[in-house]
Design a protein around this ligand. Structure first.
Ligand SMILES: [Zn+2]
Length: 267
């Protein structure tokens, strides 16, 4: 019996959720996702055109129950950081066995990290790189490095795909945040790795020791970024002694400032 707490049912998140929930050890799921499924999602998402205009959580619940009649699926149709839902979110995390973060923005990843560490729960995070040239899978336990430790260590040189279509509305203008959408094939490959690592973490718990804390898997050769396609890079990121987010006895004022600083660096 295991209870999964997941945030995000986008193209990658729904794929991870679908795979992980085929494991009979999973008996309860709480899914947090505020969005409505749109026509432009169909090309990259497992849901069909007939799901357009449904809330993603509602369709996800049906999707899972059609495959696992015994699975208990609870949905929270809200943003993870919506304080109006703080209580049911805390309650779900308190009773979960592990978490999956498939959020598409950095503030939500930091927020998820803080939630899971507060309740000492293990969790995983998958990130597809812009253009689908590869992706990361990270796993976390409460006494290991936090998301802030990992993100600052990796100092990414390539932008993570945030799932939004590129903005071509300002031709000639500055567009530093423009990303190229990943293909369904790239999303599915990284989501499958994410699901695999999540299930291994469920199996081994505190004893999980795959030899890395973050796995980068390349899918394309990109001059100046990746020398080879289909290569795994295993990063063993240590907890940073001076990390203001996860060090012991951090005072709440310092934690707020550390989160603000971490988010400011990402702007
Ligand atoms: Zn940290």
């Amino acid at each position: 019996m295991a209870h999964l707490f997941q945030v995000g049912a986008g193209s990658g998140g729904m794929t991870v959720l679908d795979i992980v929930c085929r494991d009979p050890r999973l008996t309860h799921v709480t899914l947090v996702e505020p969005d409505i499924y749109k026509a432009h999602n169909v090309i990259r998402h497992p849901f069909p055109m007939s799901a357009v205009d449904s809330f993603k959580v509602d369709f996800a619940k049906n999707w899972l129950e059609e495959r696992r009649a015994d699975l208990h699926v609870k949905t929270l149709r809200c943003n993870l950081m919506d304080s109006a839902f703080g209580e049911p979110i805390e309650e779900a995390v308190r009773s979960c066995d592990l978490g999956i973060c498939a959020a598409d923005n950095e503030p939500a990843k930091f927020f998820f990290d803080a939630l899971m560490r507060r309740h000492k729960k293990p969790w995983t995070l998958g990130e597809v790189l812009s253009g689908g040239i590869g992706g990361f899978v990270h796993w976390f336990v409460s006494d290991g490095p936090c998301y802030g430790c990992v993100a600052s260590h990796l100092r990414r040189t390539v932008k993570v795909d945030d799932g939004k279509p590129p903005d071509y509305s300002a031709p000639g203008g500055p567009a530093p945040e423009t990303t190229i959408p990943a293909s369904r094939a790239s999303i599915e490959t990284i989501a499958a790795l994410h699901a695999q690592i999540t299930l291994q973490l469920l199996t081994h718990g505190k004893d999980y020791a795959p030899g890395f804390s973050s796995l980068l898997f390349t899918l394309e050769k990109v001059p100046g970024i990746f020398d080879e396609a289909y290569r795994a890079h295993r990063f063993r990121v240590a907890r940073a002694a001076d990390c203001l987010i996860c060090r012991e006895n951090v005072n709440p004022h310092d934690l707020d400032r550390a989160l603000d600083d971490a988010l400011a660096r990402l702007q």
